[in-house]
Design a protein around this ligand. Structure first.
Ligand SMILES: [Zn+2]
Length: 864
């Protein structure tokens, strides 16, 4: 007997081959759309009923064509599955048939399916179909493994531009003055990669790479902002073609700047959609970080053209196959294009945030069983992307870059236009390397969490040795389950350590595969220092004893910048987990006051900000003045020395350092001098964007808001509404969340839910308010009162971001409120986020008492 298909999955015996979709849509004339779809299907045996997906669509005229004969059918909805069944009086025989359906729907407002966007007087329609929202656009077999060739045609006003996955084959003028645009048939594609954009769009001049023409589409008036994106796309595409050894697989490449878009970007084959901030760049006013982020996202999406679009995961449980790979690849390629940008330091910020999330008990493995679309949506998180990417990088380093690439090329070639599971990749990598790769990789993909690797020095027969022990790292310490029959989790760790030699320098690298709970290696000489995660190439935390931390603190110059970032981040994690004191965290942080690298300094922000803005006001308010004194004593002088104005030809490195130091001194340390100067600079920046170095803009605008009055609040709203650059709009919009005045907090909350804020930004503005110590509680009260309206304005996936922010409320009383509220008002895509948030409240309760005593003792000398 064949296993029964689970009720949320389609019948695998009915496969689409070719799909014709015709849709009539004019976002200016009406909010509705309608169309017909003809699905050429292959049946393995006869059936009376055919299931496919359709959500929020009115289906009409169901019929099937078999060898030229047409039969009528009936449509029934299958509750809670997103499916319909088309039933026939007589069975449809095995073989080929064409299923025809009419459909109609309304342009959605939640940025999914086919949705409407208004920008001033202009109206647009865009698609966003991943994970399972193609079914909201047209009736289809909406699973990634059911690839088909799509022919799309669109009827709309003659003045609208229409963009889809392929080139326009022909445009037909209609008697009613409208036009019908027919697109060429696509290669085999999964439904989630179909794209449609309709409306008043302008297009850049194309740039070419071989036969591929690359264009950027945008709302009118933004042509001047397309140069950077076009260049980044061309540079990345060229390197990707080289990496994969296969030319770009689609007929053209359109990059579309969408004025309201839920995600960062979407890798629709041949028609990639982006948030405006990630594609359109005004090179004069954008910060370096904004440019780097845009280049990385552009490259991420282009990597998907091979890895995701051409070769696609068979089901959403292997989403990481797409995302982890594209994330890793983007950093690797952009680093090759712009080595001076030091992309691997940005990568390390992502890895650090994945390490933090994965230290929770309520984390999940990278490979994650998925039954429903809601569960698939929950996996678009830092485990799938950032942890996945870090694990891919670890494997690449373990196998060697050339071997790894050989395996990836073979994998893409073998499965092109098909679907895969993880084992297909392991097989290709095993073949390329001549060793069985699965046993090293699978525990990292299939087990949740990661290890902390304890490293101790010892002697054996008079020779120096290093002893290793591994155990799972949990922020709240190991579970107390003495009699647990479950074996302890272990990982095969491709360990690379940096071993300090006698005379300065970077030392040398030691490589070992640590497989058991304990491991020992012998060294030739007693090392000056040992750093247990060279290049931060492994997804684990090294644990050094206090003596080793001292040696490392004295040898910071021998560590690479990325390792100094790691050192800070691991020490903070161990402090949070109660394995090290807040005092030694501050000692270590203080040692970085003269640090020259901006990313290393940026790593200090998290611990310093949490201690200063959350822990101290809640648990040790008496420490407030001495903490401020400590911060300014260490970091104000380096900031003052740099001054506000960059020297002529000043390198980016120094500009970025100035911006991070301003954030620490002004944003965390409340330096009166820095705050006063920021107010002044903010005021000037509002009228003259060239008055400060663009890299300072975020900090200046945010600090300006802190003590800002109603007049400044109004000016920020004006700037957010009228700025020509998407980055500036976003900067002013989100900084509305930084005002401290009570009345202005209320005003921002009201404004957040008004139609003036694009749907894509509502959640981010509320998150910013949650991060503002003066606004946390009010924001929570507001969420409780206005939840219905929030659900209308915030797309489902983004509601889980709001749940993630609730631990900012800190206390157990709030934990109870959060738990009660979201149990009564469940967010289907946020169930895991809720469990994680509640766990964080619990963690804080333990941390609070421990850390506050410790803090009081260590800040004694800094009291004023
Ligand atoms: Zn992606």
């Amino acid at each position: 007997m064949a296993p029964r298909t689970p009720h949320h999955r389609l019948d695998p015996g009915v496969r689409p081959q070719r799909v014709h979709v015709h849709v009539e849509v004019d976002p200016r004339e009406s909010t509705g759309f309608r169309g017909e779809v003809a699905l050429e299907i292959e049946l393995d045996k006869k059936r009376r009923s055919i299931r496919l997906h359709a959500v929020d669509l009115r289906i009409s005229k169901p019929r099937i064509e078999i060898a030229g004969r047409i039969r009528r059918g009936r449509v029934t909805k299958i509750p809670a599955t997103g499916m319909i069944a088309v039933e026939f009086d007589e069975p449809v025989p095995a073989g080929t048939a064409i299923l025809r359906l009419g459909f109609a729907g309304r342009l959605r407002k939640d940025l999914s399916g086919l949705y409407g966007v208004s920008v001033g007087e202009r109206r647009y329609a865009f698609t966003q179909l991943e994970a399972a929202d193609a079914r909201k656009f047209f009736p289809c077999f909406d699973e990634p493994a059911l690839k088909a060739r799509f022919s799309i045609s669109v009827t709309t006003s003659a003045s609208n531009k229409v963009i889809s996955n392929t080139r326009v084959r022909r445009t037909e003028r209609r008697a009613d003055g409208r036009k019908t645009v027919h697109f060429a048939q696509t290669p085999l594609l999964s439904t989630y990669l179909i794209a449609l954009a309709v409306g008043d769009l302008e297009v850049s001049k194309p740039v070419s790479l071989g036969p591929t023409e690359i264009r950027i589409w945008h709302a009118p008036g933004k042509r001047a902002q397309t140069g950077f994106g076009l260049k980044a796309a061309r540079e990345c595409l060229r390197r990707l073609e080289h990496y994969f050894g296969i030319p770009y697989p689609y007929s053209k490449l359109d990059l579309v700047a969408v004025p309201d878009f839920e995600f960062g970007a979407m890798e629709n084959a041949g028609a990639v959609f982006f948030r405006e901030t990630l594609l359109l760049i005004d090179t004069k006013t954008a910060t370096l970080n904004e440019k780097k982020r845009a280049a990385e996202v552009i490259c991420h999406e282009l990597a998907h053209m091979w890895y995701g679009d051409l070769v696609t995961m068979a089901w959403w449980d292997d989403l990481w196959l797409n995302e982890a790979f594209a994330t890793w690849m983007a950093f690797s390629i952009v680093d090759d294009w712009k080595p001076e940008w030091k992309m691997w330091l940005d990568f390390q910020h992502g890895t650090a945030s994945a390490l933090e999330l994965d230290a929770l008990r309520h984390t999940h493995p990278i490979y994650c069983r998925v039954r429903t679309p809601e569960e698939a949506d929950e996996n678009f998180d830092r485990i799938t992307y950032e942890k996945g990417a870090a694990v891919v990088r670890m494997i690449e380093r373990y196998l060697g870059a050339a071997t790894f690439r050989r395996g990836v090329r073979a994998y893409i070639r073998k499965h092109r236009e098909g679907n895969t599971v993880a084992a297909d990749l392991w097989n290709a990598l095993s073949e390329a390397s001549g060793e069985e790769v699965g046993h090293v990789v699978r525990p990292w993909i299939e087990q949740e969490g990661y290890p902390v690797v304890e490293i101790r020095r010892a002697k054996s027969a008079g020779r120096p040795v290093l002893e290793f022990r591994q155990r799972r790292f949990l922020e709240q310490g190991p579970r107390k389950r003495a009699k647990s029959r479950q074996p302890r989790t272990r990982w095969p760790i491709p360990w690379v350590g940096r071993i300090g030699g006698g005379r300065g320098g970077r030392g040398k690298l030691e490589r070992h595969l640590l497989s058991g709970a304990r491991h020992r290696i012998s060294l030739k000489h007693t090392p000056r220092f040992v750093y247990g995660n060279a290049d931060e190439g492994g997804f684990f935390r090294p644990l050094h004893d206090a003596d080793e931390i001292c040696r490392l603190s004295r040898s910071l110059g021998s560590l690479k910048a990325v390792e100094r970032m790691g050192l800070i981040d691991h020490q903070w994690a161990l402090t949070r987990a109660g394995q090290s004191s807040v005092g030694s965290m501050l000692d270590l942080a203080g040692g970085f006051a003269r640090e020259s690298d901006a990313d290393v300094l940026a790593t200090l922000r998290k611990p310093l900000s949490f201690i200063t803005r959350s822990l101290i006001p809640d648990a040790a308010p008496a420490c407030s003045a001495s903490m401020q004194a400590w911060l300014l004593d260490h970091f104000e002088e380096p900031f003052v020395r740099l001054g506000w104005k960059p020297a002529a030809q000043e390198p980016d490195e120094i500009r970025l350092r100035r911006a991070v130091l301003l954030g620490i001194v002004g944003g965390i340390g409340d330096s009166p001098r820095a705050l006063e100067a920021s107010q002044h600079h903010c005021d000037r920046y509002l009228t003259d964007r060239s008055s400060i170095d663009p890299n300072l803009a975020d900090a200046v605008v945010s600090l300006g808001a802190r003590s800002g009055d109603a007049a400044l609040h109004r000016r920020f709203i004006d700037a957010a509404m009228t700025s020509a650059s998407a980055q500036e709009k976003r900067r002013f919009l989100l900084a509305l969340g930084d005002f401290r005045d009570e009345k202005l907090i209320d005003r921002t909350l009201g404004f957040a839910l008004s139609d003036l804020v694009p749907t894509q930004d509502v959640a981010f503005l509320l998150m910013r308010l949650f991060a503002n110590p003066a606004a946390r509680e009010t924001t929570w009260e507001f969420m409780l009162c206005r939840w219905d309206r929030i659900r209308e304005r915030v797309p489902p996936h983004m509601c889980s971001y709001l749940i993630e922010m609730t631990p900012a409320l800190l206390t157990t009383g709030y934990k109870r409120e959060v738990a009660t509220f979201f149990r009564a008002n469940p967010v289907p895509t946020g169930e895991r986020a809720l469990r994680q948030a509640l766990e964080r409240f619990d963690w804080y309760r333990g941390f609070r008492s421990r850390a506050s005593k410790d803090l009081i003792a260590s800040l004694r000398d800094f009291s004023r």
